[in-house]
Design a protein around this ligand. Structure first.
Ligand code: XIL
Length: 389
């Protein structure tokens, strides 16, 4: 293990993958893992001749894993797919080897599921806790995965101090900007893409009531983006929202109007994240989602599908429901891949056992045992991803 670790760390630091292009980083990772596989394989041979059969078998197993990673990164470097992303919690990343393996050959991008939210990063005023987020960013970069930062300004998952009324509007505005600046500066150059503001608009198209809106009015959105850009001018800044898949829904219309206004005012916003939490019975068609995406990209913005899951609705056998799910995923992946400004495609979790919707929702690309579901290959094929046998 120490040998493998040393070899892994000896490689050049992962260059950050901008846009869809992970060429050099993936290429280096392919070479590195190919090298590790060869070293382990030679050692396995030597151990076998010395009669250390158990150790030899373990080396062989590890060698096969690194060879698989090498093939995966090699393909990635060649194919330059639309990155597949997923959300992971620090806990499951640490605990589950099966999850890590599915992630490493099944996705090119990582979103910390909760670890970069304000309640976690700043539990008391001025007290920042970066350890878990830092480790996740380090893990991702070691394996040439992009990181989506999620999320700086959100009405939920806030620390008590931000909502208990101890601060007046002016102080809250200052705290918000300071939070944004502190977090953005810490990850400058390492997290290339951020959900700066999350879910600012409600389903009826009006601004969602939350502590930021109540204190500062709708201008809080603009202030958050400006502070983020100030702290890391190289980061791509996104507005992220739920329930905006249908092009003519009041929620989508209102988000379009808001980002158009921000652009007119010269606010540094570069993209819109469409969460796309849907189900087999309720979802946008490929044509509808394509139109929604175009509504944003025609303004010069990028779009990302940021949190997709497709809950399995009754009726039907499991096989039929999985087939419906495959089609819903494929439609979304195609709508994204066919628009050159759709920059990544993420699900909200790797496998059904760790979904935020609970284990019965069945909405993700891997099942509870981390086996690939039919939707997995449909998404991968649509995005041009490595096949990773
Ligand atoms: C969810 C997490 O997945 C849960 O673990 C947590 O308890 C609540 O938040 N939209 C978002 C995400 O933008 O941050 C939410 O994540 C899911 C809905």
């Amino acid at each position: 293990m120490a040998l493998v670790f040393a070899l892994l760390l000896a490689g050049p630091p992962a260059a950050h993958a901008a846009s869809r292009d992970a060429g050099p980083c993936a290429g280096q990772a392919a070479a590195r893992h190919g090298h590790i596989a060869a070293v382990l394989d030679r050692r396995a041979g030597a151990r076998r001749t010395r009669g250390q059969l158990g150790d030899a078998r373990a080396d062989r197993r590890r060698s096969r894993w690194h060879a698989r990673l090498a093939r995966y990164y090699g393909e990635q470097a060649l194919l330059r797919p639309v990155p597949r992303g997923t959300a992971i919690t620090y806990r499951t990343l640490r605990r589950s080897r099966a999850l890590r393996r599915s992630f490493l050959t099944g996705f090119e991008q990582l979103t910390p599921e909760n670890e970069m939210k304000m309640e976690r990063l700043q539990p008391a005023p001025g007290v920042f806790r970066f350890a878990e987020a830092d480790r996740m960013v380090r893990f991702a970069r070691r394996y040439c995965k992009r990181v989506r930062g999620h999320t700086l300004v959100y009405g939920r998952q806030l620390p008590r101090w931000a909502t208990d009324g101890r601060f007046g509007p002016e102080q809250l505005g200052f705290e918000m900007e300071w939070h944004v600046r502190t977090v953005m500066s810490r990850y400058a150059g390492r997290v290339a893409e951020w959900d700066v503001v999350n879910e600012a608009i409600g389903p009826d198209g009006s601004y969602a009531r939350n502590v930021w809106f109540d204190a500062l009015g709708k201008r809080y959105v603009e202030r958050a983006f400006r502070a983020a850009h100030d702290a890391d001018p190289s980061a791509r800044l996104f507005y992220n929202d739920n329930g905006i898949e249908l092009p003519d829904h009041p929620h989508t219309v209102a988000v379009r109007a808001m980002v158009a206004r921000l652009r007119r005012r010269g606010v540094p916003i570069h993209g819109v994240g469409i969460q796309n939490h849907v189900s087999t019975a309720h979802h946008a068609s490929e044509a509808q989602l394509a139109r929604t995406i175009r509504g944003f990209t025609s303004m010069g913005l990028n779009v990302a599908i940021t949190e997709m899951d497709v809950k399995l609705d009754p009726p039907g056998t499991r096989a039929r429901r999985l087939e419906r799910q495959r089609l819903v995923y494929r439609a979304a992946a195609r709508a994204c891949a066919r628009n050159p400004r759709c920059s990544s495609f993420s699900t909200w979790g790797v496998g059904d056992g760790v979904s935020w919707l609970g284990p019965m929702a069945g909405g993700l690309l891997f099942d509870r045992g981390y086996r690939r579901k039919p939707a997995y290959s449909a998404v991968s094929r649509s995005l041009g991803s490595p096949a990773a046998p």
